[in-house]
Design a protein around this ligand. Structure first.
Ligand SMILES: Cc1cc2nc3c(=O)[nH]c(=O)nc-3n(C[C@H](O)[C@H](O)[C@H](O)COP(=O)(O)OP(=O)(O)OC[C@H]3O[C@@H](n4cnc5c(N)ncnc54)[C@H](O)[C@@H]3O)c2cc1C
Length: 289
């Protein structure tokens, strides 16, 4: 299949891109790594009038430090983020999650911003952004919006982004050095989208949990923040944690679905096991340290 005709534009700056998005009046699609958009174009499941290629905008690329946070440019390739020292030091769970995104080949082109903007419910990066409390910056000719990742997703492939908005940065607030990382996913084959996944981080101070960020992927129409488990973890001492009770609370926030890969019940059962096993291991690591 061949893509339907479109007008191709490749702006060199964010301002130019926003102006072109505004001119397109909702008829444009942004091209980042193309790992999802190109197949959609070829299958004519996406038929924009304008294809706005943002690969030539240098200010959208790279990892940098800002006040109290680490900023990832949306056009940062997944393979680059995977080997980035700042991310390895500051956001180790993001790097761990990234190693499960697609394949070596897809990560060579796929971008962090493309995964964040796409809003695939079983994707690792949107859930990681929700768990770590990231803020997504969206720009248009009308101005700049800073949107909490937990408020960004509305449904499968649906976000609060307006048609004339471009994701221009994703800011991950600092987590203290040595924080506990939590990551596990179950997929049919390496590189497949997860059937069920959990990602997050915990901060321990003198054996007490003082900060918790947890999110599921593949467990609802969007990444799902495990609010009840987060709240229940806060203030708890490591010893005497009711991990099975916490797992039940974490599952209570989810809304998994049946599809040709797995049933909702299967996802809940595996999810409960993932939660308790991963938390035990993560805290065991901490206790042993
Ligand atoms: C075989 C295969 C396996 C995969 N497995 C996984 C997996 O396991 N986990 C996973 O998470 N992903 C997986 N993916 C998806 C892929 O890794 C990318 O994450 C995904 O395609 C999005 O990144 P991209 O840069 O390619 O974006 P594109 O495909 O270029 O864009 C995706 C969507 O986001 C929009 N967009 C992109 N950038 C912006 C921006 N800055 N502002 C506004 N809108 C924007 C585009 O218009 C489009 O609608 C897989 C893909 C393939 C082909």
């Amino acid at each position: 299949m061949k893509a339907a005709p479109f007008d191709y534009q490749a702006p060199g700056s964010i301002e130019e891109a926003c102006a072109l998005l505004a001119d397109a009046g909702g008829g444009a699609s942004v091209l980042a790594g193309g790992q999802t958009l190109m197949p959609l174009l070829a299958l004519r499941m996406s038929q924009p009038f304008v294809l706005l290629d943002i690969n030539k905008i240098p200010t959208l690329q790279g990892v940098s430090r800002i006040e109290g946070a680490t900023r990832i440019g949306p056009m940062t390739r997944q393979c680059e983020a995977l080997t980035n020292d700042t991310l390895a030091g500051r956001l180790p769970v993001l790097v761990q999650a990234l190693s499960h995104v697609g394949h070596h080949q897809t990560r060579n082109r796929g971008t962090i911003g493309g995964s964040i903007a796409l809003g695939e419910p079983a994707a690792e990066m949107p859930a990681t952004a929700v768990a770590l409390g990231a803020v997504i910056e969206a720009r248009s000719v009308r101005g700049v919006r800073r949107i909490a990742a937990e408020d960004f997703y509305l449904g499968p492939y649906m976000t609060v982004l307006e048609p004339d908005e471009l994701v221009t940065a994703i800011d991950y607030p600092d987590w203290p050095a040595g924080h506990v990382t939590i990551f596990r996913e179950v997929a049919q084959r390496p590189g497949d989208f997860a059937l069920v996944g959990l990602v997050g981080a915990l901060v321990l101070e003198s054996g007490k949990i003082t900060r918790a960020g947890l999110a599921w992927f593949g467990m609802g129409p969007t990444p799902v923040k495990a609010r009840q488990a987060e709240a229940a973890l806060l203030g708890q001492n490591l010893d005497g944690l009711d991990i099975e009770g916490l797992a039940a609370l974490a599952i209570a926030d989810t809304a998994p679905f049946d599809d040709h890969h797995a049933t909702a019940e299967y996802r809940r059962t595996v999810g409960r096991r993932i939660f308790s096993r991963t938390l035990r291991e993560a805290l065991g690591r901490k206790e042993a340290a």
